[in-house]
Design a protein around this ligand. Sequence first.
Ligand code: CP3
Length: 370
Amino acid sequence: MTYPTLQNDCFLRACRRQATDYTPLWMMRQAGRYLPEYRETRARAGSFMDLATNVDYATEVTLQPLQRYALDAAILFSDILTVPDAMGLGLSFAQGEGPRFAHAVRDEAAVARLAVPDLERLRYVFDAVSSIRRALDGRVPLIGFAGSPWTLACYMVEGGSSSDYRQVKSLMYARPDLMHRILAVNADAVAAYLNAQIEAGAQALMLFDSWGGVLADSHFRAFSLHYTARVLAQLRRVGTDGQDVPRIVFTKGGAIWLDVMRSLDCEVLGLDWTAHLGRARQQVGGVVGGAGKAVQGNLDPNVLFAPPAIIEAEARRVLEDFGTPHTDARVPGPTHIFNLGHGINQFTPPEHVYALVEAVHSHSRAMRRG
Ligand code: CP3
């Protein structure tokens, strides 16, 4: 399949550690409930899954934030929990309650039943990827995504969201063999799922290890990082247009493990607001002409509740924390992709996002002029 030529490659260039005219910006959960137009489409669709499984609705809501703001990438509208749903766990989103699985994975028999799902059950996601890529018409690149094996396991074992991770950690400590089996199946399922998104037209990929940071230091490598690496090792390198497909790994709370995360076979590491981007750059960013990873992040999403002048100042602070932009177009160097440190809050005033986008683009251009 051929798609229209990409007009704005700023985000993809930054993923590849190439110099850009300004710092590209997108926001985790940029399509969602803080936007009145999303709530309107959601009301027409019915449940969240009615929205996500309908190609036209998924396309419509993916494009909504781009119609308002000068964002440099689109992200597929879907959810990380589509994969365990396709494994037969029975996902639903009760109003105001968050996700719930009808069949939580709690015992040996349930673990034994787990298998990589038939990808036909996720056809609606791949159809959405192709439809969104067409609708984007080359404006900005499209990011596909999945949950990390560990983060998916948290939801599968807990049966939904959790405040203490009691069930999943009990299983991990008491029956590590069962936990490893869940994680192995998840890794292979996520790899197949992401490869199908690449085939459908995704131009970059992101792995959300949203709950990697709840693990003890002693367990992060074996139960999160190892399986993230197992996903990365299986991914196709080239997209439908013959271009490489950059991979972003976001471990919330993961900045303390950057020294080991730098060994991951990915191009970009996502950081939450507890990290200092200058130090992250020193640890993983590499030098001009050398190898390294781009860093993505990391404004505290709650900054968006402050008045616009404060939002601008905090955006400038994040850019300055990363430091001097890489400007030599002939060689790779350390690069930054601006994002929030986690998903945008549903109560964020949509008007405040304009101030953020404007501040990031204008201040990052000014920094390049010296
Ligand atoms: O970023 C985007 O714009 C793309 C869409 C996207 C959604 N979920 C849509 C969504 C993405 C990338 C996700 C990822 C996701 N889903 C993660 C990882 C990112 C993170 O936040 O750490 C996680 C942990 C989930 C699981 C999930 N999905 C939860 C816990 C919830 C309910 C919580 C809530 O905010 O109500 C969802 C539902 C969900 N996924 C919504 C959206 C827009 C809200 C659904 C609605 O009621 O309309």
